[in-house]
Structure formats: C-alpha cells, structure tokens
Ligand binder design. Sequence first.
Ligand code: AMP
Length: 286
Amino acid sequence: MRVVRSVAQLRAALRESGPGGVGLVPTMGALHEGHLSLIRAARRDHATVVVSVFVNPTQFTEAADLASYPRDEARDVELAASAGAGLVFAPDAAEMYPEGFATSVSVRGAITETLEGAMRGSAHFDGVATVVAKLLIAAAPDSAYFGAKDAQQVVVVRRMVADLGIPTRIVVCPTSREENGLARSSRNTRLSPEARTRALAIPGALRAVQRAVRDGERSATELHRLATEVLAGAGLRAEYFAFVHPDTLLPIEHVLGPTLCAVAARVDEVRLIDNVLLDPAEAPAR
Ligand code: AMP
C-alpha cells in the first residue's frame, strides 16, 4: 500500500502499475463498510485500485459540518489496504485547489436543483462535480465506483462524465446498511446512542413505503403521508421525502414505474440521507 499526496506522484505510481486496469474509489475518508464494499467491487474488476481520501471543502455548505467531519487517515489507509486497494491518494486542499484556482464544473438543471441541491444550495453539486472531475482527470481510471446511497450524486456524476466525454465507466454499488437497516455513513459516528435509535425511523419509513407499494399503493401523496407518520413516531421531520424519476429526478405523482424515493432528515444536529428504488413491476397493483 502506498500513500501519495500529489497528482504527479499519483500518475507516476499508476504508470508503474501492471495490466488489469485502474479502479478509482473517491471518498472523504472516515471509511466504513460502505466504502469497503466499493473498494472490493473495484478490486474484483481491476488489478489496481486507488482510493482517494479528500474532505472536499467546496462541497460543504455548513462550516460546522466541515469542521466536525471525522478524520483518521492512518485508519483509512489500513482499511483501504484490507479491502484490496493498492494506492491511497490523500492530497491536501492546496494540491487540489492551487493558488488562483478559478474553474468550476457546474451541472445545470433539475438534477442539481432538486433534493440536496434545493436544501444545500447550488454550490454543493458544483463542489462535487468539480472535485470528481479533477479526480477522474488525475487518476484517469477505467472505472470509478460510487454508492447508491448518494443517488443524486450518481445522476450528477453520470451527466458530467457524459457531457465532458470523460472515458471512465461509472459503477454504482448498493447501499450498505447496518443490520438494523441504518445506511452506513461517516456521519453516523456523530450520533448519540439515543439519536442512533431514533435515526432508525429513516430506513423504517423507506421500508414502510416499499411495503405499501408492494401492497398496491401508487399515490405519492399517500406514500408521503405514511412516511411522515413513521418519521414523526421518532420525533423526526424530513427536510424532504420525495418521489422522483431515477434519471431526471423530476417529481412523480404516481408510482407506475421505477421511482427513486429519497429522504433527508436531521437527527439532532446530524443530517442523514437515504433512499430506495421503488419498482411497482415487482408487485402488480391489486
Ligand atoms: P463519502 O466518503 O461519504 O463521500 O462517500 C464516498 C463514496 O462512498 C460515495 O460514492 C458514497 O456514495 C459511498 N458510500 C457512502 N456510504 C455508503 C453506503 N452506506 N453504502 C454504499 N456506498 C456508500
């Protein structure tokens, strides 16, 4: 396992790598089983796996969230190696945003204006698109691995890669969950034990919606009402609980085809997101 801190070192290391291609797993560190599942998927596809660890300041819209973001590089390096990564790219902010940095990759339209874009502002996805573009240019991987947990991020990255003609295959891996259903997230470490229990209402609401769709419910209004009830049972109120088209992210009123059901909610001060893909074809309406 090698840790490199500059793009030049990263490229030099990759030039020495043998056949079998390169897989890139972009992360902000504080690695957990969700990240490791991406690394393992990359290792199944490619001989060389690069994990980037960079807490990207430009995608944070709250200073407190950035300041409290967990960081433990030594642990990250060990975990990345255990899952099969050969290289960790851990640049500092000056390497990614050198003096005079003035370029931004901005993906326009509904896919960045809704959900996370509406809540966190347009700067969030500008920050994501710019850093992912820089990482893809730096590592020039054959494939890059992203988690379905950040479904909107995947839609934005796919658009950006297609629009800019970046020759990297985007691979999406399923959301890794704790046994109790909570989606794994670096932010979970900031939950108190009591908050962690209340946070279970988030996957609980998603499961309730899945069950209702399986039982024939199609109305987004009705499904929203059901989810709100489940969340309220734990004293939570969603920032959004939305039913949208999985590619365009435009709102859907009736779940008649594959529909992304996405939620963001704060548990105490910790903002959590989660989603499931609803597929009514799995259960025809009665
Ligand atoms: P982050 O470090 O939170 O920026 O996440 C880095 C990558 O890991 C992103 O592609 C995330 O979607 C993915 N990821 C984070 N949590 C999970 C999870 N629970 N399951 C699968 N992928 C995840």
